[in-house]
Design a protein around this ligand. Structure first.
Ligand code: FE2
Ligand code: FE2
Length: 163
């Protein structure tokens, strides 16, 4: 595979991520609003702010690569968000529903972790060091968000046991 087509692959991955992040900016407020546990709500709200920054970072990355910032529909993220919102419609706020929100949110974070990891490594291979660094910064934040969700799950699951 030539370097040029590997760059095309990176750009495709970035367009997918750009669409995924933009969808998340719309979905996270709904998830946060539905959260019953204060810590979970605060965590999701905090990650919404980070997610807005992820969109801005991707725009910077497109600029560095001299590519227009375009989205490509990301059906995977669409599906993950749809699955999550079905749960919100079905049940009243409770710790069990919070546990379900965490399940959806962690699936979303893991998708992002996989996609950013791939894009970061592609950028490294292509010698796009600044791009790789920016993607790594976001990747670290996705990892932190996932860890916080695991911590929130401990509290939420305990509460769900006594509901
Ligand atoms: Fe993100
Ligand atoms: Fe995220």
């Amino acid at each position: 595979m030539s370097s040029e087509s590997l760059k095309e692959l990176l750009v495709e991955e970035l367009k997918d991520l750009y669409h995924a992040e933009k969808q998340l900016v719309k979905a996270l407020p709904k998830m946060a609003k539905a959260a019953f546990d204060d810590e979970l709500r605060a965590g999701l709200t905090e990650h919404l702010e980070e997610t807005k920054e992820h969109v801005t970072r991707l725009e910077r990355v497109f600029e560095l690569l001299n590519e227009p910032a375009k989205t490509k529909v990301c059906p995977a993220m669409k599906g993950l968000i749809e699955e999550g919102s079905e749960a919100l419609e079905e049940k009243d706020a409770s710790s069990v529903r919070d546990a379900q929100i965490i399940g959806s949110a962690q699936r979303i974070e893991h998708y992002e972790i996989a996609a950013y990891g791939t894009a970061r490594t592609l950028a490294e291979t292509l010698g796009e060091d600044e791009v790789a660094e920016i993607l790594q910064t976001t990747l670290d934040e996705e990892g932190e968000a996932d860890k916080k969700l695991t911590a929130a799950a401990a509290t939420v699951n305990e509460a769900a046991l006594t509901e």
